[in-house]
Ligand binder design. Sequence first.
Ligand SMILES: *Cc1c(COP(=O)(O)O)cnc(C)c1O
Length: 395
Amino acid sequence: MKKIGLKPVYLDCHATTQMDQRVLDAMSPYFLEKFGNPHSDNHYFGWEAAEAVNIAREQIAQSIGASANEIVFTSGATEANNLALKGIARLYGKKKNHIVTCVTEHPCVLESMRSLVEEGMRVTYLNVNQDGLIDISKLEQVITKDTLLVSVMAVQNEIGTIQPLSEIGEICHYNKVYFHSDGAQALGRIPIDVKKMNIDMLSITGHKVYGPMGCGALYIGKIPKVKLMPLFSGGGQEKGIRSGTLPTPLCVGFGKACELATDLLAAETISIRKKRDLLLEKLTSELSGVHINGCIKHRVAGNLNLSIDEVDTGTLMASLPDLAFSTGSACSSNSDSSYVLKEIGLSDAEIDSSLRIGLGRFSSDFEINYAGERLIEEVNKIRDSRRSIFINAAE
Ligand SMILES: *Cc1c(COP(=O)(O)O)cnc(C)c1O
């Protein structure tokens, strides 16, 4: 690890978010004093923990317009996605073996689909346009009488695109098809109402919403009722859908994070968007050849995904140890090149010069200004040195 004097400016809120102090404060009693097993129903310690878990379940449900009894805790969105997709396919796959998804889904969804194909399911992948959005009329066309499920993510983790959830939900329910959405990047960033949007299953996670890592949930709707085959064998917790002792402190933290998200969403969206737009304005006014990847309109407030002409992101990153941003996604560390940017039509050169910035609750004006100035400075340096190499070669 490179050692640097001051901590870099954090610009990677799609990878994870700093936990909110209020979340930690809510969690801390459940590590030491209130340490009971929430499934111990014989004594006080268990009841105390169970009550805390119930409150958290209520807070989580409220943040997405659900009821507490529709929330199943998981270890995060990866597990929630696996449970939703494999759980439904393994139960109903014999009767209906077709699933529709999208090419820009998170790797945990795409890999789950790959393994379901091995189990005999048929999967249709919807393309996206250069904005990053699926074509609704295309969705209607690919649904058949064998279609069990449509799984389309709410917000894309690299380019921040918001898919038309209500329209997708409407089409699904008209055709009597279940609708699952990976909402990991949506919770706390856009308003979600699972009932109004006709979402039957929604995957969410704590650490993308200023809560703890290692705790997430799957919303499983009651009308129409979704039944799932569990992934784990065990003690039958979470109504048998997800066995394993619930981590009380993490559940409490996730609950508190959701409560904060519900309260802060509207105001936070405005202030974060303002900061994002300021940064973009600064970069585009002082640098030529800055391109936005994906559309700016249907996009979460804190996201910027840019390609900068003549700049290799690896070089840029190496010269900016004081900024913590990313190329593409932290979730697909095995491949350098972003399949998401490829799918929206970028060339290899444009992908090699792309960077992702994710702003959030704790991004300050000072940090945004500093980041803008440093990016401009280093981009200019890289371009100058490139040009001098060309001039020297010509002489
Ligand atoms: C982060 C993320 C996940 C994985 O969530 P974990 O809780 O880290 O397992 C899944 N989908 C999307 C879109 C994400 O951004």
